[in-house]
Design a protein around this ligand. Structure first.
Ligand SMILES: [Fe+2]
Length: 463
């Protein structure tokens, strides 16, 4: 096992074994009176030992922090996927990651391997646990009981991104899927779920090659599909080589499609190799489309022959992509906006797909272990200023989530919520910051009696 792999099962990556209902919890400071609702957060939490598998493939566990009237409660539950239930019945792990059944357990063949571990989104009256290889898994918001896979009345099939975008004006959820034509296929899908929760568009297209497409971008009139050279290959997987590998020679491709279905179909733009897990936001300015992304030169995946892709320190930095729709060129520009390493970019979601002023992300000093973040960053593009909140030595944050002060508050006027790992105490806190003054430290800290392992994404659902 490599050091990077070992890190996924140590420290606060270690899964928790207990499902709890806790509260009212002790609060330092004062929870804002208007902060009423639940922060749902999803992340990998393998039920059984996954051996040398990647962190990404652990069973989803949802952590819910319910705030209101100055009090806080906490609940966590595994997402009881078909895989989770089959392994629960067997009393051991049956899968070894990315949907692969362990070679010694033929009985698991045919059991769906979805882990529902990446994001959790409220839309159209449903709470959906998302993982990009499978359909959304519906959960009950009050109990965190797991329902069933949601195929939107049979209208949507196959993989469904963990990073759908919700249009703040129309309430539509825009989504895509990759590898929809079978394992590692280059066929992709995209579609729209109306604000009423009903699917009203679902189509397919061919990408230039099969790649891992973790996120995409949506503007008022366009949708952007980044096809970056982190490729997936069934042939490699079958021959014992890395299923996903870095092939920079293929370059970066971004397909842009009009959302209203008019125009001449997908237009492809190109650039040198880069990789992006997460998009902060994208918007239109006249005939240009801009997208702010957390870009890396080399992703944390091996070369096709299994050798490490790079021995240099990996960096992930906020970068602005610019596409000129009026010109007839096929290149897009990339320009770093900051030199700070970070991930998990978020915005005030009421500005999704629109010109925006504020963004937040988890940031890290150079040299920190992969996957841990020791500070929170706030970009105020209006003032051209970045603010930092550095955590106490050894502590770490997960994705920050913005909550508006009220439905009609100005952009960025509200709070920033982050689950913090308190390394010395082996515990976690939920910290609440004034979103515009994170450098002043939290205004309230909800103390948990337990640990919330590092996770992926979450969202706030107002009461
Ligand atoms: Fe993600």
């Amino acid at each position: 096992m490599s050091n990077a792999q070992r890190a996924w099962t140590a420290g606060n990556f270690t899964p928790v074994a207990v499902e709890r209902d806790a509260g009212p919890l002790r609060v330092q400071g004062e929870l804002p009176a208007g902060l009423a609702g639940t922060l749902f957060r999803n992340g990998p939490n393998p039920r059984f030992d996954v051996g040398d598998s990647h962190w990404f493939v652990g069973d989803g566990m949802v952590h819910a922090f319910t705030l209101g009237d100055g009090t806080a409660r906490y609940r966590n539950r595994w997402v009881r996927t078909p895989k989770w239930r089959a392994e629960d019945a067997a009393g051991r792990s049956l899968f070894r990651g990315f949907g692969q059944v362990r070679p010694d357990v033929p009985a698991a063949a045919g059991v769906d391997g979805g882990v529902a571990n990446t994001n959790i989104v409220w839309h159209g009256g449903r709470l959906l646990a998302l993982e990009e290889g499978h359909l959304p898994m519906e959960m009950r918001p009050d109990t965190l009981d797991t329902g069933a896979y949601c195929d939107f009345a049979g209208a949507v099939a196959g993989p469904f991104t963990a990073h759908p975008k919700i249009d703040p004006d129309t309430g539509e959820l825009v989504f895509f899927g990759y590898h929809v034509g079978g394992r590692f296929s280059a066929t992709m899908s995209h579609g729209t779920i109306g604000a009423d929760g009903r699917a009203d568009r679902f189509e397919q297209f061919e990408a230039p090659f099969a790649s891992m497409v973790h996120d995409f971008a949506v503007t008022r009139r366009h949708v952007l599909f980044p096809i970056l050279p982190l490729t997936g290959s069934l042939e490699r997987a079958r021959s014992g080589h890395p299923p996903y590998a870095w092939e920079p020679g293929l370059g970066s491709h971004v397909g842009i499609l009009r959302r209203d279905g008019s125009g001449a179909g997908m237009r492809w733009f190109h650039s040198d190799a880069c990789y992006v897990f997460h998009v902060m936001n994208a918007w239109e300015e006249g005939d240009r489309i801009l997208a702010d992304v957390m870009q890396m030169e080399t992703p944390p995946f091996p070369l096709p022959d299994g050798r490490p892709a790079s021995t240099a320190a990996r960096r992930t930095r906020l970068c602005r992509w610019t596409f000129d729709l009026a010109g007839d060129g096929d290149r897009f520009e990339r320009r770093y906006l900051d030199d700070l390493d970070g991930e998990f970019p978020r915005i005030d979601d009421r500005r999704a797909g629109l010109p925006y002023r504020h963004g937040w992300y988890a940031a890290a000093r150079p040299g920190l272990v992969d996957g841990t973040f020791d500070s929170l960053a706030h970009m105020d593009f209006g003032r051209g200023r970045r603010t930092l909140h550095l955590l106490p030595e050894g502590d770490a944050t997960s994705e920050p989530v913005f909550v508006p002060r009220s439905a009609d508050a100005a952009e960025g006027d509200g709070w920033l919520l982050a689950i913090l790992w308190r390394a010395r105490e082996g515990r976690s806190d939920l910290a609440v910051f004034e979103a515009g003054a994170i450098d002043s430290g939290p205004v309230a800290t909800v103390e948990l009696p337990c640990r919330v392992p590092f996770g992926l994404h979450g969202n706030w659902v107002p009461a």
